[in-house]
Design a protein around this ligand. Sequence first.
Ligand code: FES
Length: 128
Amino acid sequence: MAGGQLLIDICASTDLLNGGSGVRFEVDVGGRNAPAFAIRYGGRAFAYLNRCAHVAMELDWQPGMFFDFDAEYLLCSTHGAFYDPVSGACRGGACIGHGGLRALTVIEQDGRVRWQPDGYAEPLRPIV
Ligand code: FES
């Protein structure tokens, strides 16, 4: 825990390679399960809701495959929107004028990548 904040384990740091496959996970947004993913770019881990700004579709063309061929942008497989992997901002294609990806805060410590819920995206509620 950092600063008393809740941290949710996503994966090992070694699971995320620069420009490589992402790790999918789920969060709760407004009481519904929502897909999310973590990737590494420039040595840092980032996470986003897996929801294109153009139409609310998941980005990956195969599970965990988010980067374009050159591993420079996050690519939506549906209509080809591409996003800055550092900020989630739309950099071209069908997302222009629709905003960017919704970023999630991730923290790396002790060889793990952990997500810090922010009040918008929350941990999944256990099924009781
Ligand atoms: S749904 Fe992503 S570009 Fe259209």
